[in-house]
Ligand binder design. Sequence first.
Ligand code: AMP
Length: 122
Amino acid sequence: MAYDDSNIFARILRGEVPCKRILENEHALAFQDINPLAPAHALVIPKGAYVSMVDFGAKASSEEIAGFFRAVAETARKLGVDESGYRLLANSGPDAHQEVPHFHVHLVGGAPLGPMLRKVTP
Ligand code: AMP
């Protein structure tokens, strides 16, 4: 899938749409999800144009990948969930209902989150 730079996260990165910023480094931005599903619900996105985890893992530099995951870790600390617990989730493609075609990780926590996933049968 080709990257479409009109997606909402690309617009946030360009400063065209506001966000509730949590933190930022050279390679990544973390902000509050607009429709939080838990007391803590952040999105962490790379600053580069990547559609999915596969795209990111294949094309991003080692520095971008390290910077991205350092931002995820720092976001957990900044939201105060690093000890109580949190869950990371990255939707990719139609089966996962990815809404925004810019790679992102959801970081959710702040309360017991229940089972990992409802059991899925084909
Ligand atoms: P996904 O299904 O993983 O692509 O989820 C996209 C997420 O982006 C959803 O949880 C939305 O609530 C969130 N979202 C969409 N637009 C915005 C926005 N402008 N600011 C913050 N979060 C957003």
